[in-house]
Design a binder for this molecule. Structure first.
Ligand code: ADP
Ligand code: MG
Length: 254
């Protein structure tokens, strides 16, 4: 059965999508079967693995709102072992439409149930909000991976995120865990970076990954080529660190 991991932080631009794509691709490169689920209407994970949005017939919206089976929307990517459930702009409507549906918080969970045995990992790329879509992601997940940008105010908003996790544990998913906290966009040239790392490690004594993701221009270029960084520049620092993160995540589940 797949380990289902939501990659979440309601702050935008902290590296959720970059982590979903590149952790997914690196797990796939290490022989794991991976399904990436894009739940952000921006569809950055979708385009980031090379799916042209104007060629998409159905997406996660149709699964969540129209009860289309998940099998009808899963697309292969050029990276072996890595498949994606795409998102397009129509998903923006789901945030409100979900409110009026039965079992609105567990629709993603229900739709994943028939397919999850085909994968080792399902990674859900969450939108930058704590609304219905993120609640669906949490309810569907075994654990949550929280990317935190190594910047001033890194911890800002995290208490709200942890509160939402507690609410989902209480009402929908008692077994929901924190998979890990990932420091992203680290800049070794500044003192600030090191201070933030220390602060985040104090706040989450046991949950911060050893692997820290530095700022790396290859990581920011790769999506415009529709490729995970290991396929865009296998020898980049960005590729190396996401390979290390994949090993850390794998080791946690062995
Ligand atoms: P989120 O999904 O949390 O909004 P993204 O993963 O889309 O964040 O990252 C925001 C922007 O920062 C994107 O343009 C992305 O390419 C860039 N980026 C993310 N991680 C890095 C990194 N480690 N180094 C350089 N650029 C990065
Ligand atoms: Mg994103």
């Amino acid at each position: 059965m797949a380990q289902i991991i939501a990659i979440a932080n309601q702050k935008g631009g902290v590296g959720k999508t970059t982590t979903a794509i590149n952790l997914g691709a690196c797990l796939a490169a290490q022989g794991q079967k991976v399904l990436l689920v894009d739940t952000d209407a921006q569809g950055n994970a979708t385009s980031g693995v090379g799916i042209q949005k104007n060629n998409i017939q159905h997406d996660i919206y149709n699964v969540l709102i129209d009860d289309l089976p998940m099998t009808k929307v899963i697309l292969p990517t050029q990276r072996p072992n890595l498949a994606i459930v795409p998102a397009t702009l129509q998903l923006a409507g789901a945030e409100i439409e979900l409110t009026n549906l039965m079992a609105r918080e567990s629709r993603l969970k229900a739709s994943l149930a028939p397919v999850q045995s085909a994968y080792n990992f399902v990674l859900i790329d969450c939108p930058p909000a704590l609304g219905n879509l993120t609640i669906n992601a949490f309810t569907a997940s075994d654990s949550i991976l929280i990317p935190v940008q190594s910047e001033y105010y890194a911890l800002e908003g995290l208490s709200q995120l942890l509160h939402t996790i507690k609410l989902v544990q209480k009402h929908f998913k008692p077994s929901l865990q924190i998979e890990g906290v990932l420091l992203t966009m680290y800049d070794a040239r500044t003192n600030l970076g090191a201070q933030v790392v220390a602060e985040v490690r104090r706040y989450f004594p046991k949950q911060v990954y050893q692997t820290i993701i530095p700022r790396n221009v290859r990581l920011s270029e790769a999506p415009s080529h529709g490729l995970p960084v290991i396929d865009y520049d296998a020898h980049s620092k960005g590729a190396a660190v996401y390979e290390l993160l994949a090993k850390e995540v794998l080791a946690a589940h062995e």
